[in-house]
Design a protein around this ligand. Sequence first.
Ligand SMILES: [Fe+2]
Ligand SMILES: [Zn+2]
Length: 467
Amino acid sequence: MAFRSRVGTALYRQGSARVLAYTRRPQAELALKSSPLSSSRANQLHRPATACRQLSSTAASRSPFTTSSAATTAAAEDEAVAAWVEADSTVAVRFPDGAVTRYHGIWLRDHCQCPACFHPVTKQRLLDTAAIPLSIKPAVMTVAEDNKALNIVWDTDSHQSTVDLAWLRHHSYAPKLPPLHSSNSATATVAQRPKRLWDASIASKLPIVQYADVMNSDQGLAAWLADIDVYGLGFVDGVPATPKATEQLGRRVAFIRETHYGGFWDFSANLEHGDTAYTQLALPAHTDTTYFTDPIGLQLFHLLEHRGTGGESLYVDGFHVADQLRATHPWAYDILSTVRMSAHSAGDANTLMEPATTFPLLNHDPLTSQLYQIRFNNDDRSTFSHLPPSRVKDFYAALKEWTRILRDPSNELWTQLKPGRAVMVDNWRVLHGRAEFTGHRRLTGCYHNWDDYRSRVKTVLDKKVMS
Ligand SMILES: [Fe+2]
Ligand SMILES: [Zn+2]
């Protein structure tokens, strides 16, 4: 994109900032180059509101925004960074790759991260958003000489905002721009660690880390978190076969979530609680606590003793099952993504757990449409009577297809837990179960909240900070 030279400038001072002011001319340019070769004055732009309005037709026809699709895909890395106010008072920004996007003035003002608007320590907003005029726009706007920030003086109160251009790129929305190749943003980090769907063959290459590494270093903990993030489960070897060591391992990820089963649990088949987990029965693959509005995020298992037979553990990658269902039976995938079900936990005399609302088996992010949570425990599913008669059979047919793929041996990881090997399971993705067993079996473990787990992924593994 060719740079158009700046015309019609007049120098004035506002506060300590020296800026160049545009005077209105019919052919006045709307974009101002900010180049390392330019003088500091040339990096600065002032566009009075009247000039913006009167130049609107020119702006519309010449603005790079009008050719945004071409602009956003431009590969050139030598475009001048520029910012200007559009006719509709939005702020247009052109990045080094030529991509142009726009921001509403009120959005930019609302996201000001100066110490008066955003607490630098608590990372909380300090400004009164409702008091910002809807029509707010920059009175003065300059691109910093190093092309790393946008400096804005607002028209209503002369407040000054400095907006980091990398941050602005990352949070673009009109249109959303892809990260710059050189971006070191959190999205780039996460993109390098995509989830890996797995099947029964994972048995020969289980993701395993060592207890001592997890307990003694952040790198060891990060390696375990990466396994859980990528595979939905992560094994730990070398764990002392004691409740205390197991609890300490769980607490390396996050504090323990207490439920009606207690906090850290240490149980055998004694029906201490009214749940089949406390029996010797086989448990088909399921996720836990579907009866909570916010199901538990992680579950840690560590078998401390077993004198008897059976009791092998079962794990199935629910995201992989969903992927297969979508490919082979899209109609069933659609039903299980939309038909809402309830669940309950009512086996204890003084407990009746039911979620605040109903949820489908497959839960998707409403913004990205990404599958983020499986909720499936057929044993805990409640009575339902809300479906139109014409959809009842379809629902059961969809559930059959889901279950058929879920129980396909090629999808099942069967492994015998043993003292010394613990496993952390992402309960929003991986289903678990067990074979029936005989004899005395002592299992320990605990639950963790999803948000606490993700916080550890972001801070320990991704070393991310709020921005
Ligand atoms: Fe369970
Ligand atoms: Zn501010």
